[in-house]
Write a protein that binds this ligand. Structure first.
Ligand code: HEC
Length: 144
């Protein structure tokens, strides 16, 4: 009888564990490169996204590469910077077409080179993390 109880208890334990697995497996895996999964801060995650998508054209200093250096970017774009940057990063061409004066000014200043749009590359969370990084880039080089 005691043996049977132990067996039943073990069975219950396995059943619970399976349940746990099922729950984990059914979680959507869309938030792949976000801070939550890698346990980074939003700004750290934003740095990774910047390195992968923006650094080829933008330094984080004042030096021009293809586009302008992004030092102090959150102070010079139209405010509130987060909603302006979100729209611009998603689709700067659409902003140009909608008559955004700042987008037009910077486009003309950079010899009408078209910056890529990221609305199908980066999700909302990734863009939010990226902006957290742009707003507050660390002073020292980062090692991750
Ligand atoms: C292929 C080169 C290229 C890439 C990659 C690129 N940009 Fe740009 N970006 C430009 C150019 C060129 C401009 C200047 C405006 C224009 O010509 O449209 C610009 C302008 C900007 C501006 C406005 C700058 C200012 O001084 O006001 C921001 C903000 C910006 N980019 C952010 C980003 C971010 C964030 C990424 C990555 C997700 C990125 N860019 C990727 C080329 C690029």
């Amino acid at each position: 009888m005691k043996g049977l109880l132990i067996l039943m208890a073990a069975g219950l334990f396995v059943a619970c564990n399976n349940e746990q697995d099922n729950i984990n497996n059914s979680e959507p895996s869309v938030i792949d490169t976000t801070a939550t999964i890698y346990k980074r801060t939003p700004s750290e995650n934003g740095y990774m996204i910047y390195r992968a998508n923006c650094a080829s054209c933008h330094s984080m200093g004042s030096k021009k590469i293809v586009g302008p250096g992004l030092q102090g970017i959150t102070n010079r774009v139209p405010q509130p910077y987060d909603s302006w940057l979100k729209k611009y990063i998603r689709n700067n061409t659409a902003m140009l077409k909608s008559g955004d004066r700042y987008a037009k000014k910077i486009f003309v200043a950079y010899d009408s080179i078209v910056m890529p749009k990221y609305d199908s590359v980066l999700n909302d969370l990734q863009i939010t993390d990226l902006i957290a990084f742009l707003a507050n880039p660390p002073k020292r080089p980062i090692q991750y």
